[in-house]
Ligand binder design. Structure first.
Ligand code: STR
Length: 417
């Protein structure tokens, strides 16, 4: 298989497909190229062809289209062995049986308890704990400054907060958080050799399976235990299904919220007039959060759905057996949806709440309310404690990690005064 990790620059390899750059050297350029390529674009993911949908309206339709499924067995390239476990992105798709990989009635069975546990009302109960975590991490920021007063907002604040929250929710002990953070960082990075990625996924499976067995023996007050216990008169989830859901919750809960918090801070620091508005109470933090979700989506591309029949979209046809990616970053910049200034960050934009960053349809992000609560606590607390917060390096020097699907910064060095 052709996996050109070393390609210096993304280029059309003669297939007409837009090559998604594993090194993420020009994310804004790539986002615009995809959006401007049409409703659907052909892309190349490390040598594997797929379609992507890059427009809001059509994505909204496709996300409720039952002819598209998540089951990897519906992917022709997988069935014939063109795509194997040697492909670096396989872990984004072949992630075990869970609410992330199953559709229809079975999907509802797998998902219901999780989505019920994550309603805004139920989540109010953990707000005080999130506030406490935030306070502790703000202390860590102050204590973590080097001799020049610089501290990495990612490593010390934005990364540990969502891990603490999802860890508490799922019953994962604090002593394991650093291990999980390290493994997910390696999982998402395209610099990690594939044999290492497969090994760490296997280690994570062992870890989560052990955790589920322990919770089966001694259930506690967490969502993992709740997932194990059968509904009154209902079918319990299998161990594999509980493990799958737990994996999905920890991976999604921690990785995406890091992006939301950091991207919001970055957007505000590079748009000081808008930051002023928020600090003066002329605009709300909810506006910052929604506009950040639209403008700088934590998830760049969501892999993948497969066509069980030919599906016509505009002038193109997704053939039976082909794969479809949803390119949320381009969708957030859709001019039809958000106007000709879609590339501008503007917290007063009338359409800021009309983004689709959490998806749409049956698989819509079950953690959306949780991430909004986390960011809604973290951002005002951060700027409240450190109103003079600023970047310690020019914005152009903030580099992205080589992660193809997530919008992931390497570090975010700040000064607190
Ligand atoms: C990572 C690996 C794993 O063990 C389980 C999952 C399932 C959920 C996935 C997660 C993955 C990767 C990041 C995803 C998340 C759901 C939401 C999150 C795709 C494949 C997003 O980025 C939106």
């Amino acid at each position: 298989m052709n996996c050109p990790h070393t390609a210096a620059a993304p280029a059309d390899r003669g297939t007409g497909a837009i090559v998604i750059d594993p090194m993420v050297q020009d994310l804004d350029g790539e986002t615009a190229r995809l959006r401007d390529a049409g409703v659907l674009a052909r892309i190349d993911l490390l040598g594997v062809p797929a379609w992507t949908v890059t427009r809001h309206a059509e994505a909204r339709q496709l996300l409720v289209d039952q002819r598209l499924v998540k089951d990897i067995e519906a992917w022709e390239a997988w069935r014939v062995g063109v795509v194997t476990r040697a492909w670096p992105l396989i872990g984004m798709i072949d992630a075990g049986r869970s609410m992330f990989t199953v559709d229809g009635a079975e999907h509802r069975r797998l998902r219901t308890k999780t989505s019920q546990a994550l309603t805004p009302r139920r989540l109010e109960a953990i707000r005080p704990a999130i506030e406490d975590f935030t306070g502790e991490l703000l202390d860590d920021l102050e204590a973590g400054r080097d001799e020049n007063g610089v501290v990495d907002l990612k490593a010390v604040f934005a990364q540990p907060l969502p891990m603490k929250v999802v860890g508490m929710l799922m019953g994962v002990d604090e002593s394991q958080h650093a291990m999980l953070t390290r493994k997910y960082k390696a999982f998402f990075s395209m610099l990690t050799p594939q044999d290492e990625r497969l090994a760490l996924l296997a280690e994570l499976d062992v870890f989560y399976t052990d955790l589920v067995r322990e919770k089966t023996a001694r259930p506690t007050d967490d969502l993992t235990s709740a997932l194990i216990l059968a509904e009154e008169g209902g079918e319990p989830l299998t161990e594999e299904e509980v493990v799958g859901n737990l994996k999905a919750m920890v991976a999604a809960g921690h990785e995406t919220t890091i992006g939301l918090v950091l991207n919001a801070v970055r957007a505000l620091l590079s748009h000081p007039a808008q930051l002023r508005k928020v600090l003066d109470g002329e605009a709300g933090w909810d506006a910052v959060i929604e506009e950040t979700l639209r403008w700088d989506t934590p998830t760049t591309h969501l892999l993948m759905r497969f066509a069980t029949e030919d599906i016509a979209v505009g002038d193109d046809v997704i053939r039976k057996g082909e794969g479809l990616v949803v390119s949320y970053r381009s969708i957030g910049r859709d001019i039809q949806q958000h106007g000709p200034d879609a590339d501008a960050f503007d917290i007063t934009r009338p359409t800021r709440n009309r983004h689709m960053t959490f998806g749409h349809g049956p698989h819509i992000c079950p953690g959306a309310a949780l991430s909004r609560i986390e960011a809604g606590i973290a951002l005002p607390a951060l700027f409240g404690r450190f109103p003079g917060l600023r970047l310690a390096v020019p914005d152009e020097e903030i580099t992205r990690l080589p992660v193809m699907t997530q919008n992931d910064m390497a570090a975010f060095p700040v000064l607190l005064d």
